[in-house]
Design a protein. Structure first.
Length: 119
């Protein structure tokens, strides 16, 4: 009976819900990482997640690359000042960021964190 219930639940759940669960499972395997939803403010943390959106702000003398990272529990905006691109960084890429999380305009943000690509 449990198998049938799980099968029916999988049929009715949305793709977003399934994707969030898969990302959460993967992020939990990254050593030393914390969930975005539990990340303490103004503290050095390690966050594992998937790139959901990339935006380039090409302002002269003030360009930046902005990435929205999700781990299934929340999202954080990661901003790289003075960069237009980072090789290997694209939508759906699994990454680990280390840096300080702060609040900006009602959301979470990291500025120029350390970046690590994972498989």
């Amino acid at each position: 009976m449990g198998r049938l219930r799980r099968f029916l639940q999988r049929l009715t759940e949305s793709d977003e819900t399934r994707l969030a669960a898969e990302i959460r499972e993967w992020a939990d395997t990254v050593a030393g990482s914390v969930r975005i939803g539990d990340a303490p403010m103004r503290t050095h943390v390690r966050i594992a997640g998937v790139i959901r959106r990339l935006t380039v702000f090409p302002m002269q003398d003030n360009e930046s690359l902005e990435a929205v990272v999700s781990d299934g529990t929340g999202e954080v905006v990661v901003r790289f000042m003075g960069r237009r691109a980072i090789g290997g960084l694209g939508l759906g890429t699994r990454v680990v960021f280390e840096g300080v999380v702060g609040e900006y305009r009602g959301g979470l943000q990291m500025i120029n964190p350390r970046l690590e690509f994972t498989a």
